[in-house]
Design a binder for this molecule. Structure first.
Ligand code: BDP
Length: 715
């Protein structure tokens, strides 16, 4: 073969390999070579490595640093026996070499906290990564890597970090048959796989490393709509395999349990929490689990919610149910996360129910129970006010449940960088103890002193090669972990580091993409549910616009307008004191602020108020015009994202560029679909024209109503 031909084949091979390498499978742990000048700072600061302890967490930390350093700089860190100039030391305060350094400021460090410090040693400087435990050392190692991955200086480190929440969990809504409820990234990575556990080991390790890299320390492996079968011996064997593999990454496993398991799986007469046989069944089950998985995290429970069994089936309460399970886990240090996602068919205002149902039990749960509350009072909408349970439940641990998967925000087709949504919730002021009583402080123990603090995110992960289907929404997995560790981080800071780690450091690429990400969630709100509107999508797939949909469970006279209440006289759900009075579940002065349309934040206006079409907003627009402008603005944003992305061609690898380009195209088309459907539908009530300067809708309402969304494709 001629030389040129060989060259050509090699060239093609290289391109093929490069393309393969840029599938997104490595997430933000790509460790691609840094520009030489950047890499040089690191090869000057770090030359050798010394792992102070010998456990598997420190080994994992050491391996990761080696792998990362090699990728980023092209150099290896050689193993050191003692600390000298350029040594990177990783370990805990208990380890001899670290204790000998007599570092100050480590005394009251949290068990998963860490310190990164540059210290003077004979002949120069060393870098120390130290935790109280090896878990801290692991998190500190990933912090150091993140600094290098994003080009930050590491030669004068003085960092002290502690997690904001003790438990930082992913919730996988994965069914044992391998489907994923509200999952848009393929099959479950855990259940009913084609590949064996062994075949997927490398994949699972990436999963564990990615979680550890952002401080996620627990994972619930199955859907909250739980099959009792998950507690059978066969499944527990599989759970054990995951637990063993994830342990070096400080990632504990948890299971969602079905409250009826004692009857369904155990063959008992019932699953009544007051039945001693039932109590014993759960104790025995807990013993069995812990004999296999000594560090098993605990149970997540969806009970008496959307048809799931629960203690109320036997005339008992949430308190009875949660405490019975808590007692079964107590001797093993397991926790029960009891969900507060409840609503009834005949409820006059679904948004009020969780508060009404759970407040009576405040302070009545066992110490190892935490009440898991969705961020908003309805259900993971593009925008909701925070759930009034935050701040109100003061005597029990309450944890936030966020949704990383985009059930209501365009599945994995639309870009919605959710850090801005989560920050909005975390930073919202509950006023529970005066100003500054944020949702973050009401849940992280700083306001009410709860010991058990936790936060969960419903995962957007599946078996597709790049984990999340849309490349850019890998950032939501990343951002959830970062905020769970430190809710004071900024969304753009998180976006910037993620972009640098996932793509490259090119300043114009980074700033363009971070701008798109920062605007993305608000754009989705605008073209789907602006001004506090909510739940306007098809009732089962939750994807496209169907404001005309019937909610099976709502009272007949409200169909199909349960949520938006559009009529000739106006639009919006009256939750003010003259309506459902949901405002009264908030603290003063927030309840008064929400109660008055003149002071209610405009972005929640129609959540709390039913207002006439000619109601004037602050900027002088009528409600009708303002609504239409928002819908149109959302579409303009989607168009802008598409064009801005097109201009980035050549800034990153071709495969990911093209995939993302395609999703932006679809997003724009669907934003128009949403806009037209809602504007035309509401127009049938308002009878008012679309402002003349705006383009005309491209769809026809009857046509849109006919359009049956392909559920199979997206659900
Ligand atoms: C709703 C989802 C449903 C979940 C439920 C839950 O539509 O699939 O099972 O929440 O959180 O948002 O339990």
């Amino acid at each position: 073969m001629k030389k040129s031909k060989i060259g050509c084949i090699l060239g093609l091979l290289w391109i093929a390999l490069a393309a393969q390498a840029e599938s997104g499978a490595d997430l933000w742990l790509r460790y691609q070579a840094l520009p030489e000048a950047t890499a040089q700072q690191y090869t000057q600061a770090l030359k050798t490595i010394l792992i102070a302890g010998s456990d598997e967490l420190q080994q994992a930390a050491g391996n990761e640093v080696q792998k990362g350093f090699r990728g980023l700089t092209g150099q290896n860190l050689s193993a050191a026996r003692r600390i000298g100039d350029g040594t990177l030391v990783i370990g805990t305060t208990e380890d001899r070499v670290i204790a000998d350094l007599k570092l100050d400021g480590l005394d009251d460090l949290d068990e998963e906290g860490y310190v990164l410090r540059t210290v003077a040693v004979r002949g120069g400087k060393a870098t120390v990564v130290v935790g109280t435990t090896s878990a801290g050392a692991l998190y500190g190692s990933f912090d150091l890597l993140r600094r290098m991955q994003s080009g930050a200086a590491i030669d004068a480190l003085d960092v002290r970090e502690e997690p904001a929440f003790r438990l930082r969990l992913l919730n996988h809504w994965d069914n044992l048959n391998g489907s994923v409820e509200r999952g848009y990234a393929g099959h479950s990575i855990f259940w009913n796989r084609e590949e064996s556990f062994e075949e997927l080991k490398a994949h699972y390790l990436t999963y564990a490393r990615a979680n550890a890299s952002v401080g996620i320390n627990g994972t619930v492996l199955n859907n909250v709509n739980a099959s009792p079968e998950v507690l059978s011996a066969d499944y527990l064997q599989q759970v054990r395999q995951f637990a063993d593999l994830f342990r070096p990454y400080n990632l504990k496993v948890y299971l969602s349990v079905n409250f009826a398991s004692p009857a369904v799986l155990g063959g008992l007469e019932n699953s009544d929490p007051m039945n001693e046989e039932v109590q014993q069944w759960w104790k025995d089950k807990a013993d069995e689990i812990y004999s296999m998985i000594p560090d098993f995290g605990g149970f997540l429970v969806k009970a008496n919610s959307e048809g799931q069994p629960g203690p109320m089936d036997y005339g008992r309460t949430h308190q009875d149910g949660a405490n019975m399970l808590a007692r079964a886990l107590q001797s093993h240090n397991g926790v029960v996360m009891w969900r507060a996602f409840v609503y009834e068919p005949d409820n006059d205002d679904r948004a009020k129910q969780a508060y009404m149902e759970f407040m009576p039990f405040d302070g009545k749960f066992e110490d190892n129970v935490v009440v898991q509350v969705k961020n908003g009072p309805i259900d993971f909408q593009p925008r909701e006010p925070f759930s009034p349970l935050f701040g109100a439940m003061q005597k029990s641990p309450v944890m936030l449940e966020f949704q990383i998967t985009q059930e209501y925000l365009g599945h994995s087709t639309h870009l919605a960088y959710l850090s801005t949504l989560w920050k909005e919730v975390l930073d919202a002021d509950t006023w529970a103890k005066g100003p500054g009583s944020t949702v973050a402080k009401a849940t992280d123990g700083s306001l009410f002193g709860q010991k058990l603090t936790a936060i969960a995110g419903v995962a957007n992960i599946g078996r597709v090669e790049n984990w999340t289907s849309h490349h850019l929404i890998q950032s939501n997995w990343y951002a959830f972990g970062r905020l769970a560790w430190d809710h004071q981080l900024s969304s753009d800071g998180i976006a910037n580091e993620w972009i640098k780690m996932t793509f490259n450091h090119d300043p114009s690429f980074v700033s363009t993409l971070s701008d798109l990400m920062m605007r993305s969630r608000e754009a989705v709100v605008d073209y789907m549910t602006p001004l506090g509107l909510h739940h306007l999508m098809g009732w089962d797939h939750h994807y496209g616009p169907e404001p005309w949909t019937d909610h099976e469970w709502a009272r007949e006279d409200w169909l199909p307008r349960y949520y938006h209440r559009a009529s000739e006289d106006g639009i919006g759900f009256d939750r003010s004191s003259s309506g459902s009075d949901a405002v009264s579940q908030y603290f003063s002065p927030l309840k008064e602020i929400y109660n008055n349309p003149a002071t209610c934040p405009e972005n929640l206006l129609l959540w709390f108020h039913h207002l006439p079409w000619d109601y004037r907003l602050q900027n002088g627009h009528t409600l009708w015009d303002a609504l239409v402008y928002r819908y149109y603005h959302g579409v303009e944003e989607a168009r802008y994202f598409q064009q801005a992305w097109d201009r980035l061609e050549g800034s990153i690898d071709e495969p990911r560029f093209r995939d993302i380009q395609y999703t932006f195209k679809v997003q724009t088309r669907e934003a128009i679909w949403w806009r037209d459907a809602l504007v035309l539908y509401f127009q049938t009530y308002s009878g008012l024209p679309i402002p003349a300067e705006l383009e005309r809708p491209i769809h026809d309402l009857d046509e849109l109503k006919e359009l049956q969304f392909d559920k199979k494709h997206h659900n």
